[in-house]
Write a protein that binds this ligand. Sequence first.
Ligand SMILES: [Fe+2]
Length: 155
Amino acid sequence: MCLPDRLLKALQSLRQPSSEELERAVRNAGVTLQCVKPYLRERTPPFRYGRNVLLKTGLFEAVVVCLPEHVETPVHGHGDSICCVQVLEGTVTNRLRSPDAPEEIVDERTFRSGEFLHTLRGQIHSMYNPGPGRAVTLHLYTPPLPETAVDTTSP
Ligand SMILES: [Fe+2]
């Protein structure tokens, strides 16, 4: 079964899942670097990194992100969505920002291959790859990100 179908199957009983339930679904789907490779894009302009939507339903969106070494995403939020991220290769630093002053980092934590991180509703953040090498991550959002705001809400 291909990865989008495995994710759909793992998500099928969920309606308004918590981040922990999202994580459990991703674990149950058995996501590995090998199985995201066909969906991986090294760079998708205008971004300095690659992002590719793997799955989008009325309730969920899954995106594969490839962040080159020493590249940081724009500072962004996800609106009403929560997000669970699995690191599949390399290392990412999640930089939480002050909602009132997004240039200010209020907390940062680094996650390695195999680890999960969560973004809560309304949180503002950026993700940085401290290296070495690229970082590949799978992002699962619920509800899906709004179509029109992809440049400010990704990854
Ligand atoms: Fe994000």
